[in-house]
Each structure stands twice: as C-alpha cells, then as structure tokens.
Design a protein around this ligand. Structure first.
Ligand code: ATP
Length: 309
C-alpha cells in the first residue's frame, strides 16, 4: 500500500547568493496531513527554502518537486493557487479594509469570495473586518495574513514565523486552525523561533544550521538520538540533602544541591530506576519534579549558533 502523498519533495537543494550558501544541499519531504516545523538560527536559510518551494528564487542545484511540479517552470503558476503562504513580513495596503484585502487576494487566486466571512471568523477578526488595515495592531495584521494564506483551502501551507506578534490566546487559536487543516490533508511547513510551543504541535522538526539540515525527526527521536538526559529535582530539608548527596553521589554534582533542592541527572532510560531508588532510599523528601530535555536543548546542541545572519 502506498503511503500519504509527498506534497513537498526537496532533494539536495542548493541556493547560493554569490559567496553565501543560504541553502547548502537540503533534502526534506512533507507529506499530506503532516505538520513540520523548520527551525534554525537567524540566517540559517529558512526563508530562502520557502522561496525555493514557491519558485520565487531558482535553485543553484538540486531537485524540488511541489505537488508533482517543479517550481522554477512556467507551468508552476497553476500550482501556486494550491499553496497558502504567509511571509515573514506581512505587508498590506493600509488604506484598504481587511475585507477589501481578502477580496483582492481571493481574486488573485481565482477563488470565490463566498468564504471571506468564515475566514474572518476562523482568525477571530470579525469585528475588525471593515476597518482599514492601517488601524490594525501587529497581531491583527498577522491574523489577516493567515486568513490570506488560508484562501482556497490550500494543499500546502507555508508559514514563515506565523506566531510572531500573536498573544497567547491567538497562538492557541492558530495551532487549532493548523490542526484542522492538517486533519483535512494539508501539508504544513512552518518556521518558528518559539521552540517551546512547537513541542506538542508538530509531527516533525527539521533543524537548519548554516544552510544545512542537521536534524529531521520527531522531537522524541531527536532527544533520544542525542542521548540528552533527564533531571529529577528533589526538594528536601538540609539534613536530608546531605543524605541524598551521599546516597546519589554518582547522579549529581555537589553544586546542584542548592536552596533545599537537589538536581539528580540520569540518561532518559534510567529515569524510572532512579525514581525507584529515591522511593526505596527511605530518605524523606518534600517534593519531586521530573524535567525532560527540552527542544531548546536539542536545538542548542545541534546548531551551536549556526546562522549566516
Ligand atoms: P531569519 O531567522 O533571520 O529569518 P532565515 O533562516 O530565514 O533567517 P534566510 O533569510 O534564508 O535566513 O537567509 C539565509 C542567508 O542567505 C543569510 O545569510 C542571508 O543574508 C542570505 N540571503 C538571503 N537572501 C539573499 C539575497 N537575496 N542576496 C544575498 N544574500 C541573501
């Protein structure tokens, strides 16, 4: 049985601007119904990769196939209407209202304007629909940008830092919208610097550093491949802290016993046996907290500041 359709298929893509190798041999797939986060330091090549997918810049080398077509061919014009794109900098004509703006983009995509009201509902901008865009806040412009990207129920959503400028409630709404589109088979590729919020929201994370893909996998798989350890924080009274430091000397650094909190470290697969050891030690403690490695740690250990920016 064949798997889900590969909507984005990038093989060894290179894009150089003179001496700058913005994208240096990247291979990346995104299937229908998948949500992949593209992360990387400033200048790592994320926006350039989006431009390659859209056919806005031509690859120096490599093969890019989007919905079965090559973006650098004239025939790709017909494919573009199936791609929703939210650029990093959303620039709208301030003198137009939000509704006029969406009408403009709807016509540009050759779509019917029947869904404009529902798009305003989706991005929670109904009350501002008939106000001039010049009166919108940054977050409101960002939400209008998202509505623009959603016109025509695209097969691919390319979102360049979509949550920048959004307040926490709007961020939650944003990920609900993405989830609904993903469930209908849209392939979503989004770039973000907000690593914490990606953890529970994306299927895979692709990490770019200096134009190269240094990781591509589920967050869980990345964490275990890097052997990033877990930490267990134990809160205890001073006398018990001494007992803990003696009993678990191999699990901690003395400087990790501070202010009544001991931080014990272990490989992820030894976490349960360490917990069991703590319970069976008979040392009375006041509280326990397990801290798993974060996406920030994965990112830091893989990129090491690798941007061209
Ligand atoms: P950020 O997180 O800051 O948005 P990014 O990962 O999106 O960064 P890109 O905008 O793709 O990074 O830039 C990658 C590199 O390519 C940078 O060094 C940038 O200066 C360079 N670059 C991008 N576009 C051009 C261009 N048109 N001409 C010359 N250099 C460019």
């Amino acid at each position: 049985m064949s798997g889900p359709t590969k909507h984005i298929d990038i093989k060894s893509a290179v894009k150089s601007f003179g001496q700058i190798h913005a994208v240096g041999g990247v291979s990346l797939d995104v299937h229908a119904g998948e949500c992949v986060a593209l992360v990387g330091p400033n200048g790592a090549g994320k926006s350039t990769l989006f431009k390659l997918i859209l056919g806005l810049v031509r690859p120096t080398a490599g093969a890019i196939t989007i919905l079965g077509q090559k973006p650098d061919r004239p025939s790709f014009e017909h494919v573009r209407k199936f791609i929703g794109f939210l650029p990093e900098q959303v620039l709208f004509q301030g003198s137009l209202t939000g509704r006029e703006t969406l009408h403009f983009y709807t016509r540009l995509k050759g779509e019917s304007s029947d869904r404009i009201d529902s798009l305003f509902q989706t991005v929670e901008l109904v009350d501002a629909a008939d106000r001039r865009v010049s009166t919108y806040s940054k977050g409101m412009r960002q939400r209008l940008g998202l509505a623009q990207a959603l016109i025509g129920r695209p097969d691919i959503l390319l979102l360049d830092e979509p949550t920048s400028g959004l307040d926490p409630a709007s961020r939650l709404n944003f990920y609900d919208i993405i989830e609904a589109h993903r469930a209908q088979g849209t392939a979503v590729l989004l770039s973000s610097h907000a690593l914490t919020e990606l953890e529970a929201r994306t299927d895979r994370v692709a990490i770019l550093s200096n134009g190269k893909l240094v990781a591509d996998g589920s967050i869980e798989a990345l964490k275990s491949s890097l052997a990033l350890g877990s930490k267990i924080k134990v809160k205890a009274a001073p006398a018990q802290m001494r007992q803990l430091s003696q009993r678990f000397a191999n699990r901690c650094d003395p400087k990790n016993f501070l202010n009544g909190v001991a931080v014990l470290s272990c490989p992820q697969d030894e976490k349960l046996s360490l917990l069991k050891g703590l319970m069976e030690s008979g040392i009375p403690f006041e509280g326990i907290e397990i801290i798993e490695p974060s996406l920030e740690q994965v990112f830091a250990s893989l990129t090491n500041g690798g941007g061209n920016g």
